[in-house]
Design a protein around this ligand. Structure first.
Ligand SMILES: [Zn+2]
Length: 167
């Protein structure tokens, strides 16, 4: 595989991997938020204390807080069920993705990665395809010299306008 092609595939795979990581992180954050909510409600109920028979307002406040807690507990249970199913799936996806990333990584030279790092500093999509003799990063036509070098495919060629790596 050409270095540029391998690099593009690696870049896309890395983006996929980051998305999975993001989803797993979301689960952790959601769990923390729900736990905080539960704790806050439990504390609230504790501070309210069991109201007296005559304390109507107190009884209403206590009943409302208890209901809120009940709902939060249901929400937590639902979340746990969903997390149990989805997290396992994401972990499997993550592992497959990681293996594919490693395989691609082993075909890419240090020099190619250096160029990638360089271009990554100024744009999110450092590797782009060439279509209709144009760079698909900045959408401007490529010069003859760049087109010829790109066709040869011997080394990495960058768009002379935006600097992205051309595939
Ligand atoms: Zn360009």
């Amino acid at each position: 595989m050409l270095q540029s092609r391998a690099l593009l595939e690696w870049h896309l795979k890395k983006t996929e991997w980051e998305e999975i990581q993001g989803k797993l992180k979301n689960f952790r954050e959601q769990a923390e938020q729900l736990q905080e909510k539960l704790l806050a409600l439990k504390n609230k109920i504790e501070s309210l204390g069991e109201p007296d028979q005559q304390d109507i307002d107190g009884k209403i406040a206590y009943a409302l807080a208890s209901q809120e807690l009940w709902m939060a507990e249901k929400e937590w249970e639902r979340f746990q069920d969903q997390r149990f199913n989805d997290e396992m799936m994401y972990r499997e996806q993550e592992e497959i993705c990681r293996q594919e990333l490693d395989e691609l990584e082993s075909t890419i030279s240090r020099e190619t990665f250096q160029t990638y790092e360089e271009v990554s500093e100024f744009c999110d999509n450092p590797v782009v395809e060439v279509k209709r003799r144009s760079c698909m990063g900045c959408f401007l036509p490529l010069s003859m010299i760049t087109m010829n070098a790109w066709r040869k495919g011997k080394k990495l060629v960058r768009c002379e306008v935006c600097g992205r790596i051309l595939v």
